[in-house]
Design a protein around this ligand. Structure first.
Ligand SMILES: [Zn+2]
Ligand SMILES: [Zn+2]
Length: 352
């Protein structure tokens, strides 16, 4: 079978690999769609692989499809089940965070994550689930389209971030960043009863899309001369927002959130993964307003179930988030090297 294998910075190859076979405790999923994640794009653009990652590696950690083979001892799933496969949900060692149900911060998780750690991911027609018992595999209801289901990795990052933040019904919020995670956060906050949602982004042409996701206001943070004043003006208040969500994953956005957007005593929820040093933040400049920080990371199986249930019930929907579906052969060109301007989420359909 064909597989998309990353070798290094700028080096993603489509090559032949043997089709996997399920051993004891394993199963094989025929991939319907696999998402091209921002993390995959960072690997391609910057190299900079984490120490737990084996390279070369077949990418793809946002996988969904149908079970086509189950190995000996696998009882939770059968051939024909529609599933999505996320990061490991519970480590074999049953570490302390896992015991508390906080599997997203499992101390053993990452090396065992397909497409990110040591195991091949889903940029291929078939994915081997190496350890069914300890991998996050969530059944996809029949009436949920795979195209919606496969967005779990993006949407559940935002959903988890909102769920563990201090957000309460009626709060005024700012979402900084209007990529897939920021857009998801906007819609989730609107569905959760936010009073006013102010989106900060750097691409004004996205304003109609951002508003279609539920933002009440859009500010171009690059062009706005005094962000703090603009937010207070919108809110009709002498202070900023109750909760501010950093979803852009960079320190310019983080500094905006801390210095310009959050009210004294409010919360900054850091949903984006920021890989830059925090040297533009001077704690003495903001400690006087006692902000609270909540860093958030990925999601749990519960978050994924909530997402699927709410999509099924029509309470959440993410139209126009998938901007293109490409074949494996076209994935490097269309998904990495020459992405169309304005593209948000690109999926690979290995059957094309
Ligand atoms: Zn991802
Ligand atoms: Zn664990």
């Amino acid at each position: 079978m064909k597989a998309g294998v990353i070798y290094g910075k700028g080096d993603l190859r489509i090559e032949e690999k043997p089709k996997p076979v399920a051993g004891p405790g394993q199963m094989v999923v025929e991939i319907k769609y696999v998402g091209i994640c921002g993390t995959d794009m960072e690997f391609f653009r910057d190299g900079g692989f984490p120490p737990f990652m084996k390279v070369p590696l077949t990418l793809g950690h946002e996988n969904c499809g149908t079970v086509v083979e189950v190995g000996e001892g696998v009882e939770r799933f059968k051939v024909g089940d529609r599933v999505l496969c996320g990061p490991p949900s519970h480590c074999a060692e049953d570490c302390s965070p896992c015991k508390e149900g906080r599997t997203n911060i499992c101390i053993h998780g990452f090396p065992r994550t397909a497409g990110l750690g040591q195991l091949d991911g889903g940029y291929a027609p078939y994915l081997l689930v190496n350890d069914v018992e300890h991998t996050m595999i969530v059944p996809v209801p029949d009436d949920v389209d795979f195209k919606d289901a496969v967005l779990f990795d993006v949407i559940c990052v935002a959903l988890h971030g909102v769920r563990i933040s201090n957000f309460k019904f009626g709060d005024d919020v700012v979402v900084s960043g209007t990529g897939p995670i920021g857009l998801s956060a906007i819609q989730i906050l609107k569905a959760a009863g936010a009073n006013r949602v102010i989106a900060l982004g750097t691409t004004s042409s996205k304003e109609p899309l951002i508003k279609s996701y539920g933002a009440d206001y859009f500010i171009n943070s690059k062009e706005c001369e005094n962000l703090g004043d603009e937010i207070k003006k919108i809110l009709g208040s002498d202070v900023g927002a109750d909760v501010v969500y950093e979803c852009a994953g960079n320190m310019t956005s983080m500094a905006n959130c801390v210095y310009e957007c959050v009210k004294p005593g409010g919360q900054v929820a850091v949903v984006g993964t920021i890989q830059q040093p925090m040297d533009n933040l001077v704690p003495g400049r903001f400690s006087i307003s006692e902000p609270n920080f909540q860093f958030t990371f990925t999601y749990t199986e519960r978050d994924v179930q909530i997402y699927l249930n709410m999509v099924k019930a029509g309470k959440l929907s993410f139209p126009n988030m998938v901007t293109e579906i490409v074949s494996l052969d076209d994935a490097v060109e269309k998904g990495f090297k020459n992405r169309k301007p304005g593209s948000i989420k690109i999926l690979i359909d290995p059957s094309l």
